[in-house]
Design a protein around this ligand. Structure first.
Ligand code: PMT
Length: 394
């Protein structure tokens, strides 16, 4: 999303400035051209040389080194990202004060602008700071954070700069068309687990990566997102309404509770097909019977298929091989609009990796094959179908 973009990264005087080096590094890694401007206070925390090395570009600190740098730098930028943004800089920019290179650049800049504030929680709740954040927001500036957490001063509260991946996510999102605005996408992800006793369970290798990528991509495209997830090590995307579950019965309950407000459902979860008939309250002994009696779990998506109304319903089919017929029979048998077939026999795609190779099969019999892609790219290909459907072009 930021590939090929010119990013102007403004760094102001906060201890969080050390994270800006990582922001610059990650942006460069993703193919952006990064130019960094540091305030005088920022240079008390971090040196221009670090950014010069990371960005392979000159770093700008002095208003008087070039008479037109305050115009040239802002003219070529696609995004002005200020991270960290101190209370002082926020207040000054809101008032139009131009007393250093960064604030001069701000006055001449007219494109996407994103700020990641960092300050003590008392400063953040100060009414003057609040007023200036409101003012800048009304001018179209996006704010990413701050969040609650431990602060440099040793106190706890809302004022901590958002973590780098989340700032990058917000930055990428600015360049994406909000073609899912108005949609409410319900996504399931990860495995469900079925307890055998207090320590053992039946489950599968789903990491949640595919479902979380869909949730993230839908948020970027402007949708409201509910993410219902079985156990996963991943951090839910910011902005999603997140419901953690474990058992299939819990996922089923959560899905049907959220169904009313949803306009599209994507079941990427690997739901356990079976659960033990009896769950032992105590740890089973080795000497106990080694037979486990299983019952078939409810097929959540199949019952969704019966109640889907005008919603677009997408299922996944994890198959050992490119088994189009099996996927198609799931599509029709469960009354889905689209099924995403992934061949989980390959080690480099499917479960617990960052890539997938999918075939999309729709109700009209169309089959579309895709090459190996990152899961976030697969997510966009899937979400494109919801957009088409909503435009009446399924
Ligand atoms: O989480 P990752 O590590 O990123 O891996 C991604 C994935 C491989 C888990 C994912 O892409 C995937 O294929 N998910 C579906 C796996 C699966 O359960 O497939 P299935 O063919 O058994 O089920 C078909 C569909 O019915 C699925 O949409 C599933 O969510 C749904 N289902 C299945 C059983 C059940 N009891 N209820 C259901 O709703």
């Amino acid at each position: 999303m930021v590939k090929g973009r010119n990013i102007l990264l403004g760094v102001t005087g906060s201890i969080a400035a050390y994270k800006s080096v990582e922001i610059a590094r990650r942006l460069v890694e993703e193919g952006a051209s990064v130019k960094v401007v540091l305030t005088g206070a920022a240079q008390r925390f971090i040196t221009p040389y670090m950014f010069e090395t990371i960005s392979s570009n000159p770093v700008y600190t002095d208003m008087f080194s070039d008479p037109f740098s305050h115009i040239n730098l802002s003219r070529e930028a696609d995004l002005f990202l200020i991270a960290p943004a101190t209370a002082n800089t926020i207040n000054k920019l809101s008032c139009g004060i131009a007393d250093n290179l960064l604030s001069n650049l701000w006055l001449t800049y007219e494109g996407h602008a994103l700020m990641a504030p960092a300050m003590n929680f008392r400063m953040y709740r100060n009414s003057t700071v609040k007023k200036h954040i409101r003012n800048l927001t009304q001018q179209g500036v996006q704010f990413a954070g701050p969040v609650s957490g431990s602060l440099a001063c040793g106190e706890e509260g809302v004022g901590r700069m958002l973590e780098v991946p989340e700032i990058l996510e917000e930055a990428a999102s600015l360049f994406i068309e909000k073609d899912l605005k108005g949609e409410n996408v319900l996504v399931t992800a990860g495995p469900t687990i079925e307890p055998v006793d207090p320590v053992r369970f039946i489950s599968n290798r789903s990491s949640g990566k595919m479902g979380y990528a869909i949730a993230r991509a839908a948020l970027r495209r402007g949708a409201e997102v509910t993410l219902i997830s079985g156990p996963s090590a991943l951090t839910p995307p910011r902005g999603a309404s997140f419901i953690p579950v474990e058992k299939t019965t819990e996922m089923d309950k959560a899905v049907f509770q959220c169904l009313k407000k949803s306009t599209a459902v994507v079941m990427a979860a690997a739901v356990s097909d079976y659960s033990p008939v009896e769950v032992s309250k105590v740890k089973r002994k080795k000497e106990d019977s080694n037979t486990l009696n299983l019952k078939v779990n409810k097929d959540i998506i199949k019952s969704l298929g019966k109640k889907k109304g005008k919603r677009y319903l997408i299922g996944f089919a994890a198959e050992s091989g490119k088994d189009i017929e099996s996927a198609r029979s799931k599509l029709m048998g469960k009354n889905l609009d689209l099924i995403v077939l992934n061949d989980i026999s390959r080690k480099d795609v499917g479960f617990n990796v960052d890539t997938n190779v999918v075939t999309l099969i729709d109700r009209n019999g169309r089959i579309a094959d895709y090459p190996k892609m990152k899961k976030i790219e697969v997510a966009d290909v899937i979400l494109d179908r919801i957009v088409k459907f909503k435009k009446g072009k399924p």
